[in-house]
Design a protein around this ligand. Structure first.
Ligand SMILES: Nc1ncnc2c1ncn2[C@@H]1O[C@H](COP(=O)(O)OP(=O)(O)OP(=O)(O)O)[C@@H](O)[C@H]1O
Ligand SMILES: [Mg+2]
Length: 310
């Protein structure tokens, strides 16, 4: 992606140079021809002039489109920086407060243990945020290395649900995991956990407090399908195609009052692509909930048993 960006910049410089040279050549040429009163008598001169103006206009249109895109990218990066500072500052401020409180001599052992648990959560939140940023950078530069191992879906999905409900302060029972015990397949365990974690986190985060989330996984032909659905704030149709763009967040009050950097689905889309799978995001619109379906290539595993659900 970085290379594509450099190529786009080079193209812009070529277009800008071409437009400048052609404009000067046209101005000088037409002025000379008009002075000689020959411009309108010669068809080849007219054709060359019109084609050249066409090229100049097209180059200018391409330049304008490029700068509009750059402005948009810049605006997204500013939003991203705001979100980053928020994501870093909140747990740091909380850690500082907890450290100060720990110094108080009148605390009971239980209170001290509570503070330590809360500090561990803050550190975990910081670590997971830094992981997300690093993953996004590796996806952008195609530098992620993959390892294949057996993944047991119920274990991975339950671990993600446990962590997220603790971090988002919601009841664990609100996240229903529907997957046959023992269902597994060969895949990249870290990538799979990152995908599941981001999708479940979004489903919980973009639901009103207490909203139910359903996480289902199962075989479907030669693939494993993971479905995460919620009944939350939904995604307006016009933004559905953009939610996997880097730094993109739906511009609405409901979204901006929830923390986020717009990196999660970008990372998910990159990982799913590199695992040879497909990602489908659907929502009937605002407040109509969201359903995300990930299909990944599957290796048949002897422990698959189509009859039971956990
Ligand atoms: N389940 C969902 N319900 C409603 N909107 C969603 C959902 N999942 C994603 N979105 C929309 O898509 C945007 C991009 O999601 P993404 O996970 O990439 O970023 P984020 O959640 O804002 O930040 P983070 O990088 O912390 O995940 C969100 O900001 C939100 O507008
Ligand atoms: Mg997210």
């Amino acid at each position: 992606m970085a290379k594509r960006r450099v190529r786009a910049h080079n193209l812009v410089y070529v277009l800008a140079g071409m437009s400048a040279v052609l404009t000067i050549a046209l101005l000088v040429g037409w002025t000379l021809l008009l002075l000689a009163d020959e411009a309108f008598n010669s068809i080849p001169v007219m054709v060359v002039g019109i084609v050249s103006y066409g090229v100049v206009l097209l180059s200018l249109a391409a330049l304008v489109a490029f700068f509009v895109r750059e402005r948009r990218e810049l605006a997204r990066q500013v939003t991203f920086l705001d979100s980053v500072s928020h994501e870093l500052k909140t747990p740091l401020a909380s850690l500082l407060l907890e450290l100060d409180t720990l110094e108080r001599p009148d605390l009971t052992d239980a209170q001290r243990e509570g503070l330590r648990a809360s500090m561990r959560d803050d550190v975990a939140r910081l670590a997971s945020f830094i992981d997300d940023v690093l993953q996004a950078s590796r996806v952008v530069h195609g530098q992620r290395s993959y390892s294949v191992d057996h993944v047991e879906l119920a274990t991975v999905l339950s671990r993600c649900a446990d962590d997220i409900s603790r971090r988002r302060n919601t009841e664990r029972a609100l996240i229903a995991i529907e997957v046959r015990p023992g269902l597994g397949f060969d895949s990249d365990p870290v990538a799979l956990e990152t995908i599941a974690r981001n999708l479940i986190d979004n489903a919980v985060k973009y639901s009103p407090h207490g909203g139910a989330v359903r996480v289902a996984a199962g075989p479907s032909g030669r693939t494993i399908t993971l479905t995460v659905s919620d009944q939350g704030i939904g995604i307006p149709k016009e933004h559905l195609s953009r939610v996997t763009e880097r730094f993109f967040r739906v511009p609405s009050a409901a979204v901006s009052q929830r923390p986020g950097t717009g990196l999660g689905l970008f990372v998910v889309a990159g990982l799913v692509r590199s695992l040879g799978g497909t990602l489908t995001i659907d929502s009937r619109g605002p407040d109509q909930g969201t359903t995300v379906i990930v299909s990944l290539p599957r290796d048949q595993h002897p422990s698959d048993d189509p009859s039971s659900t956990a």
